[in-house]
Design a protein around this ligand. Structure first.
Ligand code: AMP
Ligand code: ZN
Length: 143
């Protein structure tokens, strides 16, 4: 078994270790998927890294890829079985983004007509100079 970082105080680490129950969908060497116990919509599930990496900037890229693959697998099952009108994959980083469990996970969120989920925003054309200036700064910071 591959070793990964853990945090004793973390709910998801405790689920990964089998110390807390979950409605498990699947697991593989580096990821686990289980149902969210506060479902926003029926079928709301989570694809979770087994290791304790809080956010997207610190998780190894290959593990992030594994989490994405697991999220895709769960999304395909949700689409096939629940026949929602759509699915959002949502991954939050930091309290400012609404992350409540600091252990990297992707929400698989089936969508249904007239549900109460509000993730969309209104398009408004940005200032091109501002967009270009930020683009340059980000480009220079890409690793
Ligand atoms: P986030 O706010 O993006 O960090 O999402 C954390 C999610 O974990 C929330 O949707 C919670 O409902 C969910 N959650 C918290 N504790 C548990 C648990 N023990 N089992 C399943 N889901 C959980
Ligand atoms: Zn953890």
């Amino acid at each position: 078994m591959t070793s990964h970082p853990t945090d004793d105080g973390c709910i998801f680490c405790r689920i990964v270790a089998g110390q807390l129950p979950c409605f498990k969908l699947m697991e593989d060497e580096t990821t686990i998927a289980f149902m969210d116990i506060n479902p926003v919509n029926p079928g709301h599930a989570l694809a979770v890294a087994k290791g304790h990496w809080p956010t997207v900037d610190v998780i190894p890229p290959e593990i992030l890829g594994d989490v994405a693959r697991t999220a895709q697998r769960v999304a395909k099952a949700a689409l096939a079985v629940l026949k929602p009108t759509g699915v959002n994959l949502l991954q939050s980083n930091g309290p400012g983004a609404g992350q409540s469990v600091p252990h990297l996970h992707v929400h698989i969120l089936p969508r249904y007509p007239d549900d109460k989920v509000r993730l969309n925003w209104v398009y408004q054309p940005g200032d091109k100079k501002e967009i270009e200036a930020i683009c340059s700064k980000l480009k220079a910071a890409l690793e």
